[in-house]
Design a protein around this ligand. Structure first.
Ligand code: GLC
Length: 558
């Protein structure tokens, strides 16, 4: 594999509305991000990924784009984006943008014209279908945001339009060459502005199957059901992806493309990232995670029930991805993003908050791959806890609440489950200091609730903080062994996560305790040089002793 800048990077994901509010209106903004570039550089970040900042009605916090060529006014101006890009580059860093290419907002002029005039060329920018024989929806395919993928023509015509997500986010018709060209133009506009790469949102859904097909169900009724086989990973996706990426890279070959391939297994990850095919450089799959559902309460919906990590299955997924990608591309290494609850809440240990945050980071980020750190994770930040069901802004939540209530759960029990598991609880404001709104804003933030006490100012000053441990860890990650080494899983039970990283000249063992109990472990070599340690882990020759949630990174004598 040849080496590019994007093979040696640490990405930091920023949810712009929640990072830093420079004009004190309660919503984070572009100028607020620019002000924090030095903080990110100090942490060891090389690349910033921004969730969408384009003009948007904010039905899905920016993933519903109404104008790809404008910045949403709540976030700032084009001049401020230009300043951000320049500041990032002046600091020797890179910046990538989220690129929403599967759908637009229903407020996008293309969709408005498609609705207003069925004969306009924009009609064919979207996916329309005649009703089924009984006059109802064309098929039973389900939307990821609940209900059907079909909604009636807003102008009152008989046809239905297709939306994989919210009904205010109609899917684009990628079979139409004009759509393909329009999206290439948008990408080129931003790459010309100076961004270094794109995170391709939901690209695995660009191709859809024949709409006349029904997903077979027991009863044969038309209740909508998620039908991935009709709209995820269809072969045509490769062609759309290739044509799009090749066009960008023809002019800007060093543009980094990381694709959100949420349901990709290791083989699909390989297919999307094969060198020389001009598809993705790397992909992000959700299929790494594994939760232990053996303690689920079956008396109500399982949708938002908190679960611990299923460590063994997680390890198996890790090995599967590492093995499949070893000769193809770099895995992306991440614990959380804006679509899930925060790792400190999901898998951290409230009795050992700092140690568990450090151990989880160590087990992941020294593996072969590119770390993606979600804002606030470097502080060990936990979920925000909302007081009101409406704060989750999610149409599947009322269904869950109703089912939990019917099973006798109290309101506070239900809220606790949602606050522990829901993606919106992972999107709270960044905590910069200990002032009223955590230094995020002087105004009540757009998302507010109860929070834990950690903040960046205190952690930067505290040598034992999670923040300073992340700095050390990322410094180590930049050493050639961890930047380029191969991953070798070592055997251990579910109390530990253990692996080797090696290259032609060096090796190191990473041993992490995932429990509150002291664990011991026998290294494959006599340890000599401790590269990183926390939580009181010690070693003697081959024997490592690890108190609660501690870890050690150690190499043999040369
Ligand atoms: C992706 C985004 C998610 C968004 C969806 C629709 O999965 O990560 O936040 O809701 O696409 O754009």
């Amino acid at each position: 594999m040849s080496t590019h800048w994007y093979d040696q990077q640490t990405i930091y994901q920023i949810y712009p509305k929640s990072f830093n509010d420079s004009n004190n209106d309660g919503v984070g903004d572009i100028a607020g991000i620019t002000a924090k570039v030095p903080y990110l550089k100090q942490l060891g970040i090389t690349t910033i990924w921004l969730n969408p900042i384009y003009q948007s009605p904010q039905v899905d916090n920016g993933y519903d784009v109404s104008d790809y060529y404008q910045v949403d006014p709540s976030l700032g101006t084009m001049a401020e984006v230009e300043t951000l890009i320049k500041t990032v580059h002046d600091n020797g860093m890179y910046i990538i943008f989220d690129f929403v290419l599967n759908h637009t907002s229903d407020q996008h002029p293309w969709f408005k014209q498609a609705v207003a005039d069925p004969h306009s060329k924009y009609r064919d920018y979207y996916l329309w279908q005649d009703p089924a024989a009984d006059g109802g929806r064309p098929n039973n395919w389900g939307s990821f945001f609940g209900g059907s993928v079909w909604d009636k023509d807003p102008a009152g015509g008989s046809q239905y339009y297709f939306h994989l997500f919210d009904k205010r986010m109609p899917d684009l018709n990628w079979t139409n060459p004009a759509v393909q060209q329009a999206m290439r133009d948008v990408a080129e506009f931003w790459v010309e502005k100076g961004i270094d790469g794109l995170r391709l949102d939901a690209f695995i859904h660009l191709a859809k199957a024949d709409f006349r097909q029904t997903y077979p169900s027991e009863t044969g009724d038309q209740t909508p059901i998620i039908s991935d086989m009709f709209y995820a990973h269809l072969p045509k996706v490769h062609q759309y992806l290739h044509d799009f990426v090749a066009a960008i890279k023809a002019k800007h070959p060093e543009t980094y493309v990381v694709g959100e391939a949420s349901s990709a297994d290791p083989h699909l990850m390989v297919d999307y990232t094969k060198p020389g095919t001009d598809e993705c450089n790397q992909v992000i799959t959700f299929k790494t995670f594994a939760d232990d559902n053996t303690h689920d309460d079956h008396s109500f919906s399982d949708m938002f029930q908190p679960r611990p990590m299923d460590v063994t299955t997680y390890k198996q997924h890790t090995v599967g991805i590492q093995a499949a990608l070893a000769d193809t591309s770099l895995p992306t290494l991440y614990w959380n993003n804006h679509d899930m609850a925060r790792v400190a809440t999901r898998y951290g240990d409230a009795a050992y908050p700092k140690e568990s945050a450090k151990s989880l980071a160590t087990l992941l980020y020294l593996q072969r791959g590119v770390p993606i750190i979600y804002y606030g994770e470097e502080l060990g930040l936990t979920n925000i806890r909302y007081h009101d069901v409406a704060d989750f802004e999610d149409q599947t939540v009322p269904e869950f609440v109703a089912s939990a209530e019917a099973a006798g759960k109290t309101e506070s029990e239900t809220m606790a489950m949602l606050n522990a598991t829901h993606k919106m609880a992972g999107r709270g404001p960044m905590q910069w200091d200990d002032t009223a709104y955590h230094g995020f804003s002087e105004h009540q933030p757009w998302k507010h609730g109860d929070t834990d006490a950690m903040n960046a100012q205190a952690e930067v000053a505290d040598p034992t903080s999670v923040y300073n441990y992340y700095r050390q860890l990322l410094t180590l990650k930049r050493q050639p062994l961890f930047a380029n080494g191969q991953f070798v899983m070592l055997g251990s039970d579910k109390a530990l996560f253990t692996y080797l990283i090696d290259d032609d000249c060096d090796q190191a063992a990473v041993v992490c305790n995932l429990t509150e109990q002291t664990q011991t472990y026998t290294l494959p070599f006599a340890g000599d040089d401790v590269l990183l340690v926390q939580g009181g882990a010690t070693f003697q020759e081959r024997q490592v002793t690890l108190p609660a949630w501690s870890n050690i990174v150690i190499s043999p004598a040369k």
